[in-house]
Each structure stands twice: as C-alpha cells, then as structure tokens.
Design a protein around this ligand. Structure first.
Ligand SMILES: [Zn+2]
Length: 398
C-alpha cells in the first residue's frame, strides 16, 4: 500500500515536472542572469505570502501533492506547520543535522517536482515551505540523499531525488511532449481569441452557485471584492480600468478579444463568465482581479490556476500553469512589481468552470497603500496591461 502510494506520488511528481515553463517575455528572456531571484520569489509559499482576503484557502494546503516520500501523517503535520508559520524567518529555529554536511561548490539546480523545503536533511525535520516544481535553487552542500540549498536567501534541505541541473522545458499540453526552446504552442495573434474578465461588478451577488460542475460546494455568484486602502477605488473599478487597457493592447498586437463585461452595471456570475469564455472557444481566458490582505505591508503580483489534480479540469493544468507563469513573469518584468508566485487552487469557481486555458491575475494588493495608489495611476495601468499582453505573447510563442 505504502509502496503503491509512493509510486503514485512519484508518478504525479514526474507528471508535474513536465508542466514547467519559463518565460518568453523580453525582459526576463534577455536577462536570464537574474532569474535566480525572480524564479525563487515566484514560489514563496503560504507561509510568507499574503492570503487572499476573499478566500480561506491557503496556498500550501491547496497544492496537495507531496512529492517527497512521506506518510500521510507527516504530510499533514508538514502542511499545518507551514501554514502556521507566519513568515520565512520562522525557519531560523535550527536542529542539528544527524551527520555533518559536506560542502560543495555552489551550483544552480531546479526542482523536478513540488517538494518540501525542510529545516534539516530528513523527513523528520519541519517543512519551511513547499517549493513549486521548477524552482531554481543554489545547492551548496550534501548530507546523504539530501541537498542543502538556498532559495530566496533561505537555507534548507530538499531531497536530492528531486533536483536536476537541467532547466525544464516547456510542454505541449496537447501532446504532453516537451517542446524544445522556450516556445509553447505557437499560434499567431490573428488566430487567437483572448477573453478578458474584469473581476467583480458594481453590486455583489450573494446568491450561490456550485464552485464547479456538479459540485456540492456552493459559493457566492459574485463576491464584493476588495478595495483600495488609500485610493478608495473598488476592486471592480480597478479591474475594469485595467481590462479595457489590456483589450486595446492585445487588439493592437492583432489578437481578437472578447470582453466579459465593459460596464459595472452587469450581473454575471463567476460560472457564467467561464461559460461565456468556454462557449466562445477562447484560446486563453484572463480573469483580472486585485488582492487584499489583513497585513497592509504585503504587496506583489500573484497568478492562479488549478492543481494538477483538480476534479473538473485537471486536463488543462499544464496549459493554465504555463499561462499563469508567463503572465506572472512578464507582468513583473513590465511593472517592477514583486513577483510572488503562481497559486494552485481548486476552490475557485472562476477556474473550475473553465474548459479553456485560464489564469487569474491578482494585479497587486489594494490593501497596501503604496501599491494601491500606484495601481490607480494611468501609467501603471498601462504597464500592467503591457505586462499581461507580453505574457499572452509568451504563451503563444509570439
Ligand atoms: Zn477579486
């Protein structure tokens, strides 16, 4: 039983490893030397990232698969310890390793699956956070089958079984085969329909709908959203301002664009928005939102997609993960915003109902006064629109 579980876990890990993508947007592509910082910051876990004010889900809990061989009990413990540590400094409590590490010349490596980043060289040590598949790490020591690595200036350990010195390639999600170079499924702008949903609307709709096809979990059709701590803007206003600029930007690049809404006076549920994009056969669906947190210091961009085990549309995981990576990378390159991470989550109606590649773009935190005021400016809104459009270009290899 545990052997079978182990084999399944390994299989899932390998499958996950195939979904990795790297940016094709100009700034990040040209400057690979800085990818260490940007990639590692993309994978910060629930522990040091802002949680969504609109959702109880924690990113660490949402990404369910434990790549490392470990029992259900230890994985539950790991995830609760990760969730309870409020920030990355929690890793400072150290346990002495069982044996001394061997120092090695620092070398850049990549995780080949979602793996636990632990305080010591063994599964008995606490989990600092979970690293996404494809995270760039610097290995500087060894201890048995464990590698001592640094991620985002944090020291810890990961199982050497899940490290590779090769940067993962993109995968063609229609065939599951790696695509050489950095080009994803190439499709010219004129052949692409991009659906844009400006998140929320003038009035929230607290009526309920299932959070996915056939689901018994009911969620509000349209939540109220967050609002600007300093600007006073409502999230629905900001998302439409940016979405309209994004529409123009994409159209100027030759894409066909479908706007889910162009005014605040609509009443369209999250599931209905997905169905509109589905029925139109959108090649990519961008759901534009802004974030909120109880902690006003938290800022930066997050994109979201489903997990690889989503019960409704796991078949789109690879495409959505790629789209989310590309948009996050390019958004941050264009705006200078802090690159947080791709959040894999399975309780978002806006994702679960989609049958086309989708990403949720959480532009920034409206609860952070600086970021809020910046996002309210025309200049920064154009930069955000450009960054998202660059991500679309990268996704389609344009
Ligand atoms: Zn929102």
């Amino acid at each position: 039983m545990s052997k079978r579980k182990k084999a399944l876990t390994l299989f899932l890990s390998l499958a996950a490893a195939f979904t990795l993508t790297f940016t094709g947007c100009g700034a990040a592509k040209g400057g690979n030397s800085n990818s260490s910082a940007s990639l590692s910051s993309a994978v910060s876990s629930a522990a040091n990232s802002g949680t969504q004010s609109s959702s109880a889900a924690e990113p660490a809990a949402a990404s369910s698969s434990e790549a490392q061989p470990s029992s259900a009990a230890s994985s539950a413990k790991a995830s609760s310890s990760a969730a309870s540590s409020k920030d990355s400094a929690a890793s400072s409590k150290e346990e002495a390793p069982k044996t001394a590490d061997t120092d090695v010349t620092p070398v850049t490596m990549y995780t080949t699956a979602g793996v636990n980043f632990r305080e010591g060289p063994g599964t008995s040590y606490g989990v600092i956070k979970k690293l996404n598949s494809g995270t760039e790490v610097t290995k500087n020591g060894e201890n048995g089958s464990w590698a001592r690595v640094e991620v985002d200036n944090q020291k810890g350990y990961v199982s050497s079984n899940y490290l590779s010195d090769k940067k993962p390639e993109k995968t063609d999600y229609s065939t599951g085969q790696p695509v050489s170079g950095t080009t994803f499924v190439k499709k010219a702008p004129g052949e692409c329909l991009i659906a844009i949903d400006a998140g929320h609307q003038g009035h929230a709709n607290s009526e309920k709908e299932p959070d996915g096809p056939g689901s018994s979990v009911m969620k509000a059709k349209v939540a109220a959203g967050t609002s600007g701590a300093a600007s006073g803007l409502a999230e629905y206003q900001l998302t439409l301002q940016v979405s309209l600029k994004l529409q123009k930007e994409l159209e100027s690049r030759g894409y066909k664009v479908l706007m889910i809404r162009t005014s605040h006076d609509v009443n369209i549920s999250n599931a209905e928005r997905a169905k509109i994009a589905n029925d139109a056969g959108a090649d990519a669906f961008l759901r534009i939102h802004a974030n909120g947190s109880d902690d006003p210091s938290i800022h930066g961009c997050v994109t979201a997609c489903q997990t690889s085990s989503n019960p409704y549309n796991a078949n789109l995981y690879s495409a959505c993960r790629t789209l989310s990576e590309d948009v996050l990378d390019c958004f941050c390159a264009a705006t200078g915003a802090k690159k947080k991470y791709v959040w894999e989550v399975d309780n978002m109606s806006g994702i679960n109902w989609c049958t086309v590649p989708v990403t949720i773009v959480e532009l920034g935190f409206m609860t952070n006064p600086d970021e809020d005021l910046r996002m309210a400016t025309e200049d920064y809104q154009y930069a955000m629109a450009k960054g998202i459009a660059d991500g679309v270009d990268a996704f389609f290899g344009n």
